[in-house]
Ligand binder design. Structure first.
Ligand code: DX5
Ligand code: ZN
Length: 218
């Protein structure tokens, strides 16, 4: 299957959001990193900003909630225009209930795992998930280095999905650049998140096109 790309707006110029979004209009999703200063040390933006940019993009919004107890805000982030809502397994006491809440909003549901959280922890909810987001850095900041052990983790999750014939996609987020993209795709990533590799480049549209062709060569 063709690798999909989700540029992360975190690395963009926040003073020019409308124009920055246009630069990646050929992507498959727009990745939106929501941070609350509690679950992760950084603070970004909330549903107000997402609904403001919704009218400037045709892309599906892939919202990555790095917030404590995400069950409190599922409705707000769905109504703001998210097409996929991904929550951290580690951020809630009741992950299955949160998945149900997301699905009740009629949108896709994902669960994210921090680098130290094993994929086996998803065994009993995997059939209900549209995607799993493997964090390949510690969540909170863009521009960090890919943690090499995450490649084996992606491969292990891929086996769980294929063996059971689940529909769930694997998204990988953090430290992905042209030099490590192929090993990540080979391991089983379906969706690649890239922040600094795209918005940190002088020509984000070109950077996205280059990553697509690198992934297509696998
Ligand atoms: C980090 C975020 C990522 C971040 C990735 O907590 O979840 O989406 O934007 O940035 P890069 O690609 O620069 O590592
Ligand atoms: Zn993210």
């Amino acid at each position: 299957m063709k690798t999909e790309f989700a540029p992360s707006l975190l690395a963009s110029d926040f003073s020019q959001l409308k124009d920055q979004i246009q630069l990646v209009k050929d992507a498959d999703y727009l990745h939106l990193d929501v941070m609350d200063g509690h679950y992760v040390p950084n603070i970004t933006f909330g549903p107000g900003l997402i609904s403001a940019i919704r009218k400037h993009s045709q892309l599906p919004f892939d919202t990555h909630l790095m917030i404590s107890k995400p069950e409190r805000y599922i409705k707000e982030f769905a109504e703001a225009g998210s097409d996929i809502l991904t929550v951290h397994l580690e951020a809630t006491d009741h992950i299955h209930r949160v998945i149900q809440l997301i699905k009740e909003q009629g949108i896709k549901a994902g669960v994210s795992l921090n680098p130290a959280t094993p994929v086996e922890s998803l065994e009993f909810i995997l059939p209900e998930l549209d995607q799993v987001l493997i964090m390949s850095v510690n969540p909170g900041f863009g521009g960090q280095s890919y943690i090499p052990q995450m490649t084996a983790k992606i491969a292990k999750l891929k086996r769980m999905i294929v063996e059971n014939n689940y529909q769930c996609k694997i998204e990988v987020d953090g430290g992905i650049k042209n030099h490590n993209l192929q090993e990540i795709v080979k391991a089983g990533a379906d969706i690649i998140v890239a922040g600094s590799a795209i918005f940190g480049s002088a020509d984000p549209a070109q950077a996205l096109a280059e990553m697509r062709s690198t992934a297509a060569d696998v």
